[in-house]
Design a binder for this molecule. Sequence first.
Ligand SMILES: [Fe+2]
Length: 305
Amino acid sequence: MAASAAAAIVSPFKCRLFPSQGFSGSARSFHLRKNQKRTVRKAVITAKIDFKPPPYSLDALEPHMSRETFEYHWGKHHRAYVDNLNKQIVGTELDTKSLEEIILVTNNKGDLLPPFSNAAQAWNHEFFWESMKPGGGGKPTGELLELIDRDFGSFEAFVSEFKTAAATQFGSGWAWLVYKANRLDVGNAVNPHPSEEDKKLVVVKSPNAINPLVWDYSPLLTIDVWEHAYYLDFLNRRPDYISTFMKKLVSWDAVSSRLEAAKAQAAEREREEERRKTEYEGENQTESEAVEMYMESDSDSSESE
Ligand SMILES: [Fe+2]
């Protein structure tokens, strides 16, 4: 991930998602400022997005996902996304940001900036490797299973919906299980206004590099349905690849941990919003009292004259 750099250069532009971090605008303005920063910060840049390996050996998922697939998919495709991203962000104001921040900033409300696709693909692949484990598949337990039953009707109904999403994503892309508790007023969100009904599990699919972070959803599980993910093992039989993923590879432990983290994040956001609301109301009340005191004081002095 991004490492430290010398004092940040303050941009005159403001990012809606990260207003204090000052990055937004068109691809054109990005290039202009990118070139400007290079001359100023060249000597202090140490930023680097890591190229992380899967959390198991490259042959650990055989026979369901071959070592050869990993050698190409992780060793070449994933590596290329990370290498290209590092080339794109070096010397820019993005080089000290986390991968997640780079994705949100460069999504630019759907008007993608140049580093977006490599950043999102780097994140998606890391998330995908960690969505699987040797001896995976089967069925989740505990709260995750309870929420799946609540929001899809049954585990079997969820599996069917997830498989359909993965199979029907036209061309390259991804299918996701997400916890939808979006809070941010982002222009490209399906439902930017939060409500109690939003706190549920949903299945979504996304084209190319897009991931649900840009809709402010919390991803829990994903499957890569780019052809490079399955062609060596399944040729063009995408449905067989999807079935094998669900039956033999999914790490429900990882999905459960992500659900726990997503719920904790949603709760923390609510507490933060409540704190802000209370502070805002307190400030308004203080201002209102000050005005009343001023008016009373003004009235008293008039009477004495
Ligand atoms: Fe991929």
